[in-house]
Design a protein around this ligand. Structure first.
Ligand SMILES: C[S@@+](CC[C@H](N)C(=O)[O-])C[C@H]1O[C@@H](n2cnc3c(N)ncnc32)[C@H](O)[C@@H]1O
Length: 174
């Protein structure tokens, strides 16, 4: 796995802040969160999707394999007065820093195409999700999701791939 360094993380944060606001709004609006639900954003980057989800009443965590991204996510949350609402940790789709059966909803935006080992990621998703929990992974529509979908299907049985507006697709497993 390529871990994003400081410069790449800072550049992404700057660009995402300027260009992806509408994308985060669109994805956040598509994610049903019940108050109190434990939500983990996998590959959270600067954590900007979670900023859009603070009104949901969910207990919101972000994980990213890049310690530089995690530092940026913490600073960005602090700058928006959201530090108390959001927590961030290093971790990856293949190695989630959460106990078994402790998460209600795994979400992800524009990160799936970076995941390396889909079988491991699917097994991790299955391990941390509570019974009835869901994974919703959003990425660009042109991203090939076949390998991820096959791995999720092997773990969960039920997987759907749904277009979200023109540019995006949602992989859902439960
Ligand atoms: C294009 S950025 C998207 C960040 C954020 N989700 C967003 O929508 O702005 C991709 C992120 O995926 C992370 N990433 C790379 N490999 C990963 C993996 N195996 N598991 C989880 N996240 C990963 C990167 O560190 C990076 O922060």
């Amino acid at each position: 796995m390529t871990v994003w360094g400081k410069t790449a993380s800072e550049t992404y944060h700057r660009r995402a802040t300027g260009m992806l606001r509408g994308v985060y709004r669109l994805i956040a609006a598509d994610i049903p969160v019940r108050p109190g639900a434990v939500v983990v954003d996998v590959g959270t980057g600067p954590g900007l999707l979670l900023h859009r989800m603070t009104g949901t009443g969910g207990v919101l965590h972000g994980v990213d394999p890049s310690p530089d991204m995690v530092a940026i996510a913490r600073a960005a949350a602090d700058a928006e007065g959201l530090a108390e609402r959001l927590s961030f940790a290093t971790g990856s789709a293949e190695d989630l820093p959460f106990p078994d059966a402790s998460v209600d909803l795994l979400v992800s935006s524009l990160s799936l195409h970076h995941w390396v080992d889909h079988a491991k990621a699917a097994a991790e998703a299955r391990r941390v999700l509570r019974p009835g929990g869901r994974l919703l992974a959003y990425d660009f529509r042109f991203v090939r999701m076949g390998a991820a979908a096959a791995a999720m299907r092997a773990e969960f049985g039920q997987v759907t791939r749904t277009p979200v507006r023109l540019a995006f697709a949602r992989l859902a497993a439960s």
